[in-house]
Design a protein around this ligand. Sequence first.
Ligand SMILES: [Fe+2]
Length: 403
Amino acid sequence: MRVPLLVSLRTGPAGTFEARLPRIVSFGYGCRGEIPALAAEYGPKVCFVVGKRSLQASGALNELLEAAREAGLDPVIFDKVEAEPLVGTVDVVRETLLDEDCDVVIAVGGGSVLDVGKAAAALVDSELPTAEHLAGAELPEDGLPVIAAPTTSGTGAEVTPNAVLRDPNTGAKASLRGPSLLPAAAIVDPQLTMGAPPEVTAHSGLDALTQALEAYTSLGASPFSDALAFPAVVRIGVAIRTVYVDPKSWPGRESMALGSLFAGIALASARLGLVHGLAHPIGVEYRLPHGLACALLLPHVMEFNLPACGEKYAVCARALGVGETGEDLLGWVRQLLPQLGVETTLTDRGLREMDFPKLVPAAAASGSTKHNPREAGEEDITALLRHIIDPDSPLPELEEHPA
Ligand SMILES: [Fe+2]
């Protein structure tokens, strides 16, 4: 069946939607040069939150520090953010912000770095440890402003009002979510992503692709989010192999950065779906980086979702030139993974039925799962996970189209 491209434009009722954006979203090669002047608007004492290595190795951190000092700023640096960050790391940054009386946080790094910067800035005035907020304690209304500059094209954390953290004491991996977590400025300079190694490029890019597809097909999708999520799928889909094989491709890095930015804005408004609902518990249980967990789940969840959102998948397949149907898009995703070095499977990584009691309730309760285009209760998720382990175990039939 040939699906008209207009499906993507939602020519029917617009429904209701809300969009909250950073005060400034700046994009393009060289736009990181705007950071010192932006920071100076908030005050001279700035805290750079960065990762452990790559920004230092590329010389970009020195360049940023020099520019900050030239602009009259007084920087302190926190450079101990780990992958899949812990609540305790946020507590340490909060202490630094208070001890140094900082005016603004400048977070430059991958999704983990941006999330730590955002969480620490939002909680700077809280009396409670970060773990209690992750467990549900209310967030303060205001914190410090954050200037967020991503060095990977992945999470879109520079434009989202949430931060994903882990609590080693409870084993929980969850999101802090609220308006105070939204950065004041998003500075998306594709040049900052040039140094990402191929594996990081592949995993973060597959996270961005998943986010674009999930925002596009989410129950919370609107004309606003579609206008960003659909081109995000196309930009990322066209460029992801290019940047994997040619990390210095300027047009490829630009397309990925723009796609992940668009996907981030779209998901902040539309929310996500079952891949992200499952990626947190599965990532924690089998120690998978977030992007890899998403990549391994994506084709299985797409197969489950096909009866509910096949038309939108078909629109993406046509736009990418990979076929005419939703099944064609699924086939393209399946063959894309090994081309990006993703040869492993969830079963290889340990997925087994005895872990379902830990995985299924957490996935079913997730806000992302509640926005999945096909309703996914505990029985459905159990059947899906069984199907991943044993393809002969059937997926549940779709009883009713959710319209
Ligand atoms: Fe993600």
